[in-house]
Design a protein around this ligand. Structure first.
Ligand code: OGA
Ligand code: MN
Length: 275
C-alpha cells in the first residue's frame, strides 16, 4: 500500500490495494490511515454492491442512515443521489455525519456509481489541524464546553430539506434526534484533540441558548474550514472514499446542474465520544 497526500493537512490517496480483496493487515492499515488523515481515496476499484456490504461488515458494525433513500436490493446501502432535473443535493454544506446521534457513526465508505461529466467534487477538512490552529484564547474558551446536536431542523416535515426539491426523496421526517458531545473530543484511537462542532447539526453550547451560543459557534465554524485544512476529491468511475467523521468534516459541491450524480454509501458504526 502506498500513501500519497492529497493536501498538506488532510486526506491521502492510497494505491496498491484492492478493497474487495484486501487482507486483514491491509484493513488495519486503512483504519489507521483514515483515523489519522481524515479521508482515504482509492482509485480504479472493482467494488460491487455486494463487495461494498461485505467490506462494511468486515470493518465492524454498519449503521443505516435514517433519512437517505435506501437501495431496494441492498438495504444497507444509502443512495446519495441527485437527478438531472433536481437542484438540491445531499450534503451540500460543511458537516460531519450523524453527530446528532449520541453514539455517532465512525465514518462512511462512499462509492461513485454515476458521475456528472464534470463537477460534483467532495471536499474534506481536518478537525485536528483546525483545533491546532485555533488561537490560545479560543482554545481556553472552549475547554470543558459541550454542545447539543440535532438533525430535526434539517429533516423534519417542515425542515430545510422539505423546503427543497430533495424533500420528496428523503425518509424519516418524523424521527427526532438529539445528542450532547464535548466541543473538543479526543480521537478514540489516536488520542488527537479534534474540534467537534459543525454547521449542519450543532445548535448550542450546553448551558447557553442558541442566541448566546452563535457568536462563539460561528468563530469556530469559520476557523474550521481555513483553506489549508482542506483537500478536494475529483471522483472518477471506480473511485471509493473512506472517511472518519471525527477527524474530518466534508462538503459535497453542487456545481453540475442538468446532470445526474449517484453515490452509494455504507455508514460504519462508531463509539461514544469523550473529551
Ligand atoms: C454523505 C455526503 C458527499 C458527497 O454521503 O454523507 O455528504 O460528495 N456525501 O456525495
Ligand atoms: Mn455527509
Amino acid at each position: 500500500m502506498q500513501l500519497t497526500p492529497m493536501a498538506p493537512k488532510c486526506g491521502v490517496e492510497v494505491s496498491g490495494v484492492s478493497l474487495a480483496n484486501c487482507t486483514d493487515a491491509e484493513m488495519d492499515n486503512i483504519r489507521t490511515t483514515i483515523y489519522e488523515h481524515g479521508v482515504a481515496v482509492f482509485r480504479d476499484q472493482e467494488f460491487s454492491p455486494e463487495d461494498h456490504i461485505t467490506f462494511g461488515k468486515r470493518w465492524g458494525g454498519v449503521d443505516v442512515n435514517k433519512y437517505f433513500p435506501i437501495s431496494d436490493d441492498f438495504p444497507e446501502i444509502a443512495l446519495v443521489k441527485k437527478e438531472a432535473d433536481e437542484s438540491t443535493n445531499i450534503g451540500g454544506a460543511w458537516h460531519t455525519d450523524h453527530s446528532y446521534d449520541q453514539i455517532p457513526a465512525m465514518g462512511s465508505v462512499l462509492v461513485a456509481r454515476d458521475l456528472p461529466p464534470s463537477g460534483g467534487d467532495t471536499q474534506w477538512a481536518h478537525m485536528g489541524a483546525a483545533y491546532d490552529a485555533l488561537p490560545d484564547d479560543l482554545k481556553a474558551e472552549i475547554e470543558g464546553l459541550s454542545a447539543f446536536h440535532t438533525a430535526d431542523h434539517v429533516y423534519k416535515e417542515d425542515g430545510l430539506y422539505a423546503q427543497t426539491d430533495m424533500g420528496k426523496n428523503l425518509r424519516g421526517q418524523h424521527v427526532r434526534t438529539g445528542a450532547t458531545h464535548p466541543v473538543v473530543i479526543r480521537h478514540p484511537q489516536t488520542g488527537r484533540k479534534l474540534l467537534y462542532v459543525n454547521g449542519g447539526f450543532t445548535i448550542n453550547f450546553v448551558g447557553q441558548t442558541r442566541e448566546e451560543s452563535l457568536p462563539l459557534l460561528q468563530r469556530l465554524l469559520d476557523a474550521a474550514v481555513m483553506d489549508d485544512n482542506q483537500c478536494r476529491l475529483q471522483w472518477k468511475p471506480g473511485t471509493v472514499a473512506i472517511w472518519d467523521n471525527r477527524t474530518s468534516w466534508h462538503n459535497a459541491l453542487n456545481d453540475y446542474a442538468g446532470h445526474r450524480r449517484e453515490m452509494h454509501r455504507i455508514t460504519l458504526s462508531g463509539e461514544p465520544l469523550a473529551a
